[in-house]
Design a protein around this ligand. Structure first.
Ligand code: CDP
Ligand code: CDP
Length: 517
């Protein structure tokens, strides 16, 4: 007896208008050999029929009676993208302005939605499909194998539509596109039945600033991970977890489908979106936050900083620091931020940070970019790569989590991978003694007795210079990780060198690192 192959995954892909559901869904489906259906087409087909027959959207029994008259047909490439009405192809007609204007009124009728459920579920039943819409993860297919919620700010989505249609961004038509998106967002989110929202177990992807290919890679990675039951990885990211770059307490990617942190489901407060744009401008506000952080740093310990001049003024830079205390972001960031002058320091941080009052605002101004832990480490990696591609400065704690002992722990592979791929200059940074000021496991810092925190910044280097030529990828990563962590260890007191005490070069320690008095 031969076992029939297991049915393939059902993917629910939801999100607001122009978030990229169709373009991303079609590309992912094509790449992975899945079918694709944009359920918007169903509402559009029904709306077109109702308009033609003169049926009012509110006349629900009459609208429902129209359902058997349309059908969705394959366009020849696995996409259910053709609409047949009474057997004739009406695909173009369903995208008309008239349908645009009337579709929301039809879509908010509860009995009509209920009547369409069976159709959508029947299409999904054999499996192997990406189904896009507004309520697929929440209502239509609550048991989908993977739920992805694509999101982006109105500005970003409008920008995409404006570019797609070749409009003048300053013109009236562009203004109308923005306005129409806002109206449709409000109608789809505010309606009583099946409103637009992310399912509790959806992976939420904010795609501001991300190109289509990037989002497609990400989603395809999630689908592959969900189908194979493996950790979420994106094609081309080598299946490796990425070091938690300033992601305190961030877990390793889960083997099962990731479940989101509560905050992942909520949009970020709008005011923060402005502060956390991926740009390279250090504003007065950023400087002010750095100054405040310096005061806090001084209040907690006697602080000395050495080697700020070693940070390159140009090009992509990874500053890699040890991580032993909640106070590290202050010691790693406040003075560096000042020294960078007009350049901005970028970090990655868990999304939950941004929901704390005041603190969230400080994080955003401090150059921390939110990473949704539910999408595991791919999102962190992609974001970090973008920061470096643009030639910015990225701060990373390669160990991922704080050391419980204050001594270096094994680093994750991510920093080496980023360094090898981006060609960024690496600046090692050692934060000496912060573990005594605020050890892991303590709720509050201990400013008394007064301790000394000594931050030491080493010479920049390129990992290409420390990895022997023609080493295979895995060996190259190990060599790069050892080199980066070894350089940090060289700047640390011997008691904090931990896992990398053996990677310290003899020449580097002469007369320098000493345990504090
Ligand atoms: O124009 P766009 O591609 O953004 O929209 P669409 O996906 O074609 O959907 C058109 C309209 O149908 C939306 O504005 C929603 O009101 C409705 N719709 C829905 O209510 N539920 C779905 N699952 C899909 C679409
Ligand atoms: O289906 P939905 O309304 O969610 O959006 P779409 O029609 O797939 O995407 C709207 C436009 O944004 C298309 O021109 C896409 O090519 C573009 N897009 C983009 O430029 N970058 C993304 N990350 C996603 C979509």
């Amino acid at each position: 007896m031969t076992a029939s192959p297991a049915p393939r995954i059902v993917v629910a892909l939801d999100g607001p208008a122009s978030s990229g559901k169709s373009s991303v869904g079609i590309a992912v489906a094509q790449r992975l050999g899945l079918r694709f259906l944009d359920t918007g087409l169903i509402y559009r087909a029904l709306t077109a029929l109702a308009l033609r027959e003169g049926v009012a959207p509110e006349d629900q029994p009459a609208v429902i009676a129209l359902i058997p008259r349309f059908e969705l047909a394959d366009d020849g490439s696995g996409r259910l993208a053709r609409v047949l009405v009474d057997g004739a192809d009406e695909t173009d007609a369903v995208r008309s302005h008239e349908v645009d204007a009337a579709v929301s009124a039809v879509a908010r009728q509860p009995d009509v939605r209920a009547a369409l459920l069976g159709l959508q579920r029947r299409i999904a039943a054999p499996g192997g499909i990406v189904m896009a819409g507004r309520d697929i993860g929440t209502v239509v297919l609550p048991a989908a194998g993977l739920k992805v919620y694509l999101d982006a700010s109105v500005g970003e989505r409008a920008g995409r539509r404006i570019r797609e249609r070749g409009l003048d961004p300053q013109g009236d038509e562009a203004a109308a596109v923005r306005e129409q998106l806002r109206t449709r967002d409000a109608a789809d989110s505010g309606r009583a039945v099946a409103p637009l929202r992310a399912a509790e177990d959806a992976v939420v992807l904010r795609t501001d600033g991300m190109g289509l290919d990037e989002v497609v890679d990400l989603v395809a990675g999630l689908v592959v991970a969900a189908e194979t039951g493996g950790a979420a990885t994106a094609p081309g990211v080598a299946g490796e977890p990425v070091a938690g770059a300033n992601r305190p307490a961030a877990g390793t990617p889960s083997r099962s489908r990731p479940s989101p942190a509560p905050a992942a489901r909520e949009p970020l407060p709008r005011v923060l979106e402005v502060a956390m744009r991926l740009d390279n401008q250090q504003t007065m506000l950023v400087r002010m936050v750095a100054r405040i952080a310096q005061w806090i740093g001084h209040a907690l310990a006697a602080i000395s900083i050495e080697g700020l001049e070693n940070i390159p003024r140009r090009g992509a830079v990874i500053i890699a620091a040890n991580h032993a205390s909640n106070a590290d972001p202050i010691y790693a960031g406040a003075w560096v931020s000042d020294a960078l002058r007009t350049r901005r320091l970028h970090w990655l941080g868990k999304r939950e940070l941004f929901f704390w009052p005041v603190f969230g605002w400080i994080c955003a101004l401090g150059g921390i970019h939110p990473v949704d832990r539910s999408s595991a480490d791919i999102e962190a990696y992609r974001l970090a790569s973008r920061i470096l591609e643009r030639g910015y400065v990225l701060m990373i704690f390669p160990e991922g989590t704080r050391s419980p002992t204050g001594a270096l722990q094994e680093a994750k592979d991510g920093v080496a991978q980023l360094a090898l791929r981006s060609g960024a200059q690496i600046v090692p940074m050692a934060i000496n003694g912060s573990d005594l000021v605020w050890p892991k496991g303590r709720r509050f810092p201990a400013p008394f007795p007064r301790r000394r925190v000594r931050v030491r910044i080493g010479q920049p280097f390129l990992v290409a210079d420390v990895v022997p030529p023609a080493t295979d990828r895995r060996a190259a990563k190990t060599a790069a990780t050892t080199a980066i962590m070894g350089r940090i260890a060289e700047l640390l007191e011997p008691r904090q060198r931990g896992a990398y005490a053996g990677a310290v070069r003899a020449s580097a320690t002469e007369g320098t690192a000493r345990d504090p008095a």
